[in-house]
Design a protein around this ligand. Structure first.
Ligand SMILES: [Zn+2]
Length: 101
C-alpha cells in the first residue's frame, strides 16, 4: 500500500479513485470521515488515496497529476505562525492549523 493522493474533500477523493479505476489501478480510501476532524491529529484528517499494489505508485501519481488538473507538486507555502513549509493543496498549516496567509 502506497499513498498516492491527498484530497481536500471526500468528493475530490472519490473523483481521484474513479480515475484510477478507469486505469484498472486498485486503490483504497483512508480518512474519509471529515466528521472526526478535531479528535485526531490534524495531518491525519485529510482524505487520502492509497494504491493496493506498490508497483502502481508512480504511475498512479502521474495519472492523478494529469487528470486532476492540479498544480505540479513541489509548490509550497510557508506558515507565518510556525514557519512550517506546507504543500500547496493545504489551506491551513498542517502543523499548527493556522490559515494560509
Ligand atoms: Zn503553522
Amino acid at each position: 500500500m502506497k499513498k498516492v493522493y491527498t484530497a481536500n474533500s471526500p468528493v475530490e477523493l472519490a473523483h481521484a479513485q474513479n480515475i484510477l479505476d478507469g486505469y484498472s489501478i486498485a486503490s483504497q480510501k483512508r480518512n474519509e470521515l471529515f466528521a472526526v476532524r478535531g479528535e485526531i491529529p490534524f495531518i491525519e484528517c485529510y482524505p487520502e488515496l492509497w494504491v493496493v499494489n506498490d508497483l502502481d505508485e508512480s504511475r498512479a501519481q502521474q495519472i492523478l497529476v494529469q487528470e486532476m488538473d492540479r498544480e505540479p507538486s513541489g509548490k509550497t507555502w510557508q506558515c507565518v505562525n510556525c514557519d512550517e513549509v506546507c504543500e500547496d493543496q493545504f489551506s491551513d498549516c498542517w502543523s499548527c492549523g493556522s490559515p494560509r496567509p
